[in-house]
Design a protein around this ligand. Structure first.
Ligand SMILES: N[C@@H](CCC(=O)N[C@@H](CS)C(=O)NCC(=O)O)C(=O)O
Length: 199
């Protein structure tokens, strides 16, 4: 697998996921900060020109949560995804999609001061999204109880940068405790070391 990435971006999620999976992969740095030009080879993998993106032979994807789901299914022995016939697969998919469908928009609302109609907005509101997430992570240790999964990589990394990079999450001790559990994982720490070296 080849990961196209850039430091201090959503690539942290993909790096963490690949480090949890333990499968071999290579990394290709994409310079997203010096201008709009992107290598043609990379644009074939993600026509949006955004990172992270992953190529595995003929398989190509450019959405962070798709990378999490793909890698978890590929690394079966790492047990990062409930199997298709496991009822836990429902909640697992729920939280994977929640990152893309609710967290991203909730952060946008908070950072950019959007005024929204909470019935029409898919994420309700920033506060509603955070209330729901805090309830989900507070029993712990993970979103699926005792079982760590790719959904924790997707949600945990999003909450990490909501707390410490974007600084939009405040006064949420349950979320802070969950993120602390995430950051204790050796794979998270390896991903952060790669991120720091790339920066
Ligand atoms: N929907 C994408 C968003 C990816 C994204 O916005 N990546 C940013 C970095 S965090 C990027 O590549 N920005 C550079 C650009 O837009 O040119 C995902 O969730 O993976």
């Amino acid at each position: 697998m080849e990961l196209f990435w850039a430091p201090q971006t959503r690539s942290i999620t993909a790096l963490w996921m690949l480090e949890e999976a333990g499968l071999p992969y290579s990394r290709t740095l994409i310079d997203i900060r010096s201008g709009p030009e992107r290598p043609a080879d990379f644009l074939k993998v993600n026509p949006m020109g955004k990172v992270p993106a992953l190529r595995d032979g003929e398989a190509m994807m450019g959405e962070t949560t798709a990378i999490c789901a793909y890698v978890a299914d590929k690394a079966r022995s790492a047990e990062l995804a409930p199997t298709l016939d496991d009822p836990a697969r429902g909640r697992y998919l729920h939280w994977l999609y929640f990152r893309a469908g609710c967290m991203e928009a909730a952060f946008g609302e908070k950072l950019q001061g959007w005024t929204t109609d909470s019935t029409a907005a898919g994420w309700g509101s920033f506060d509603k999204t955070m209330d729901v997430v805090e309830s989900a992570v507070t029993p712990g240790p993970w979103l699926l109880g005792d079982r760590f999964s790719a959904a924790d990589v997707a949600m945990g990394s999003s909450l990490w940068y909501g707390l410490y990079l974007l600084k939009v999450i405040e006064g949420r001790p349950g979320i802070e405790a969950y993120v602390a559990r995430c950051t204790e994982r050796p794979a998270f720490q390896r991903a952060m070391a790669i991120n720091a070296a790339g920066a």
